[in-house]
Design a protein around this ligand. Structure first.
Ligand SMILES: Cc1cc2nc3c(=O)[nH]c(=O)nc-3n(C[C@H](O)[C@H](O)[C@H](O)COP(=O)(O)OP(=O)(O)OC[C@H]3O[C@@H](n4cnc5c(N)ncnc54)[C@H](O)[C@@H]3O)c2cc1C
Length: 396
């Protein structure tokens, strides 16, 4: 029951390829990557396409972490709303971040095929105060030339419940397992290796000159001090039996993203959230569920559908939260990492499905010595100190 709906779905065959089970492929690769989620596989794909030997290790398997346990929302942007990002980063950097994420979303759509559904997404206001916050994001997006649509009530399928909404037309939904397997298949086809069931105990055990920590909220053990910088956050989810007709046309989220739900084409409702009702209890890597949050998820499902169908799946996953809610991407100082050549791409603060694809690619390009790979607000050096993207870089 605690297996995610996605991981329970073997309808999309995992494509075997050279290197998947080929742990003993001769020699030490140029780059070893810890984590076979969206970040690690994106990094491996870019490196392999550049002709650089990359080996991905995962203690479990492809999509075993948050990448196979999330709610399946593929959203542009970051954990901060666009207007908040403008204040925190300044308008040029906020614009750059949104453009980076929109490019990654388009790339995801191209790589995922029918594992991506281009439905848009709806950010809903549960009260007048949230309506004001969402209006502020809408106005900032439109002012800076990004596509956004305002929706007045009734909206969100629950009459009288929502006070307006912001529709992001280019967002969509993914079937997380299918998407990640396709990304893995692309990385394998480009020549990367993926070693499942390979738990990395220490970065010092890896022989490659460059290593990448792509573990989002799960990597505290690997980097001294990581637990002070990236805090694990658990998200709990339920999925129901199919309900027809399908009334929720795209990913919905409300209460500043604390609650989120989508209805799949087969009519199943997937609902996650309420982490804020037990912040201390949910600051954990434990992939369990709790009765209090599960009851709230059921109540939300009943409100959305008008009834509570049978709950078929209950699960949770862990993501990494950073103090400024932006990921850490780039080299990590040797004094912190305990060895040279360590890079990180992690800490998406619950918004990593698209950003993970972008940041895995960014860190790979940093390793390749591409000076244009640095996006300053993400620079891992802001927390860890780094030697600069070119240090120890592998030429393409
Ligand atoms: C319930 C939930 C809902 C979410 N909803 C959304 C959403 O709707 N939209 C969105 O954009 N984001 C969402 N997120 C966040 C998003 O899923 C993550 O940010 C993203 O998947 C992170 O990908 P990743 O590859 O960086 O990490 P992960 O997918 O977590 O992969 C890390 C991998 O590292 C492996 N690993 C860890 N330590 C080791 C080790 N020592 N040795 C070997 N392997 C190791 C793990 O097994 C794991 O497979 C959600 C997350 C959760 C949990």
């Amino acid at each position: 029951m605690l297996r995610s709906l996605w991981l329970d779905d073997d309808g999309d065959q995992w494509l075997p390829g050279p290197g998947r089970a080929d742990a003993a492929r001769a020699g030490v690769p140029a780059v070893e990557i810890v984590g076979a989620g969206v970040t690690g596989l994106s990094c491996a794909l870019t490196l392999a396409e550049a002709g650089v030997a990359a080996r991905v290790h995962d203690a479990r398997g492809v999509a075993g972490g948050a990448s196979g346990r999330n709610a399946g929302f593929a959203l542009r942007g970051a954990a901060l709303a666009y207007d908040e990002a403008r204040i925190a980063l300044g308008v040029p950097a906020a614009r750059e971040l949104w453009a980076l994420s929109e490019a990654a979303l388009a790339r995801l759509a191209a790589l995922a095929g029918d594992a991506f559904r281009p439905e848009g997404s709806l950010r809903l206001a549960v009260d007048a105060a949230e309506r004001e916050r969402i209006r502020a994001e809408y106005e900032a997006l439109v002012a800076d030339g990004f596509a956004a649509e305002w929706r007045e009530p009734p909206v969100g399928g629950c009459p009288d419940r929502f006070h307006g909404a912001l529709f992001h037309p280019n967002d969509g939904a993914i079937q997380p397992l299918h998407w990640i397997r396709r990304l893995a298949a692309a990385a394998l086809a480009a020549g990367a290796e993926i070693v499942e069931g390979s738990s990395v105990r220490s970065l010092g055990d890896l022989g490659a000159p460059q290593v990448v920590v792509a573990t989002d909220g799960l990597g505290a053990r690997l980097l001294a001090g990581l637990d002070a910088v990236i805090v694990p956050a658990r998200g709990q989810v339920i999925a129901t039996a199919p309900v027809q007709p399908r009334t929720v046309a795209c990913p919905h989220y409300a209460r500043d993203g604390y609650d989120y739900w989508q209805q799949l084409p087969d009519g199943r409702l997937v609902v996650g959230g309420f982490r804020d009702t037990d912040p201390a209890g949910e600051a954990t890597c434990d992939e369990g569920v709790t009765p209090g949050i599960q009851r709230r998820l059921e109540a939300l499902a009943a409100t959305v559908l008008g009834e509570l169908p049978r709950v078929t799946h209950r699960w949770s996953g862990t993501w990494g939260e950073t103090p400024d809610r932006l990921p850490l991407v780039g080299p990590v100082a040797e004094a912190v990492a305990g060895r040279s050549g360590v890079w990180i791409a992690a800490g998406y603060s619950g918004h990593g499905n698209v950003l993970g694809l972008a940041c895995g690619d960014l860190v790979a390009r940093g390793i390749l010595g591409d000076a244009a790979s640095t996006f300053v607000p993400f620079d891992a050096g802001r927390r860890f100190g780094g030697e600069g993207a070119a240090a120890g870089a592998v030429p393409s």
